[in-house]
Ligand binder design. Sequence first.
Ligand code: ZN
Length: 179
Amino acid sequence: MRWWRRYSECRKSLGSAMADSRNLYQEVILDHNRKPRNWGVLADATHKSEGLNPLCGDHIYLSLKLAGSNIEAVRFEGESCAICKASASMMTTLVKGKSQQDAEQMVNEFRDMATGKLDTSKEPHHLGRLTVFAGVRDLPTRVKCAILPWHTLHAALHSLTTTSTEADADPLQTPVIGT
Ligand code: ZN
């Protein structure tokens, strides 16, 4: 086979792989917006936080129920754009049943993926299906929409009642309390 044919086939398969990941991204966003998982407020929450992204107008409430260091239940609600809502919905499904430490690791990995510091196609991670959000790193205005639920989870785990993507201090740098 001539090199240029191989090249063009390679280009083609790369192109369709990228189209697949875009389609998957759109499907996930649509699905979680139509049917957000774990929507609402936990009546018996042990930890709560409110997250704001003034740049987009995203405003979410997150409530958690911890048993020891295990996240037994988690719910969210609020007004937000589709990316924020899908990210929050997916986050709740993935951190439920996890330890606080594992959830914090996902917070850091998600933040690193969304800001382009972690290449999930090459480096080890624990993000699973959340890698569909890797593409937001190329959309600077949407990065904060995708990260807000994770900021809010971090804040809730540290008993901070409010967090904002526009806070002076990076909320993810808040020292760990009680561990
Ligand atoms: Zn948003």
